[in-house]
Design a protein around this ligand. Structure first.
Ligand code: AP5
Ligand code: MG
Length: 214
């Protein structure tokens, strides 16, 4: 199964991708996570990406498309994958289609998760991520069982993403509307766009997403 999760910042793409990964035993491929790891490791890629991410702008296409092309040929992607945060504009979508065609593969479903702006801001400003295992929490909606401690791995290093401040969030919304939202039409024409509301509990959204892809 090859899936794309589409939706604005804070819609729950990463949260749902982690659950889908467990259920279907296919990897989550998140360009945001790959870039954040590169920043953490202070690689050349990380240094380049940081200036864009801190401002809420898209990292140049050649960089991200290159990352994806390398990642989806790895052996764990043979059975399928969940793309989280890619593609982000038409150029990326077209390059993805061309790459998959050469591999005689195709995307089965594009799941769009819709959430209103007020809820998105609340989710992003309250998000906490575990720096060790990447598990995600929310101060109010989904707090860790013990304050400051990751439920999954026990780490005490839960951090707030630097791009989750109000100003950068607004820039990310603008970029989503201008560059990413047009992908809905692209995938609708291909007959693979499926849309669901991202409101309700994590379990509610998960069961709706599963209902759309199985
Ligand atoms: P990226 O990391 O992809 O961020 P994003 O698209 O802005 O989306 P988020 O990760 O913020 O939100 P999400 O939908 O994953 O929500 P989550 O599950 O965490 O990209 C970051 C940057 O990297 C970009 O700005 C760009 O610079 C660069 N980049 C990445 N990909 C790129 C590409 N392809 N091309 C160019 N540049 C690229 O949930 C959010 C919070 O809500 C969490 O706290 C969670 O616990 C909570 N939550 C989730 N679901 C629910 C629910 N149902 N109820 C209550 N709370 C919930
Ligand atoms: Mg995410």
């Amino acid at each position: 199964m090859r899936l794309i999760l589409l939706g604005p910042p804070g819609a729950g793409k990463g949260t749902q991708a982690k659950r889908l990964k467990e259920k279907f035993n296919i990897p989550q491929v998140s360009t945001g996570d790959i870039l954040r790891d590169a920043i953490k490791d202070k690689t050349e890629l990380g240094n380049k990406a940081k200036e864009y991410m801190d401002e809420g702008r898209l990292v140049p296409d050649d960089i991200v498309v290159g990352l994806i092309k390398q990642r989806i040929v790895e052996s764990d992607c043979k059975k399928g994958f969940i793309l989280d945060g890619f593609p982000r504009n038409m150029a990326q979508a077209v390059q993805l289609s061309e790459t998959l065609e050469k591999m005689s593969q195709n995307i089965d479903s594009v799941v769009e998760i819709e959430v209103n702006a007020k809820m998105l801001i609340d989710r992003l400003t309250g998000r906490m991520t575990c720096s060790s295992c990447g598990a995600m929490f929310h101060e109010k909606n989904h707090p860790p069982k013990v304050s400051g401690i990751c439920d999954s791995c026990g780490s005490n290093d839960l951090y707030k993403r630097p791009d989750d401040n109000k100003e950068t969030i607004m820039k990310r919304f603008e970029v989503y509307e201008q560059e990413t939202a047009p992908l809905k039409g692209f995938y609708r024409k291909m007959g693979i766009l499926k849309t669901t509301g991202g409101d309700g509990t994590l379990d509610d959204v998960f069961s709706r997403v599963c209902g759309l892809v199985t």
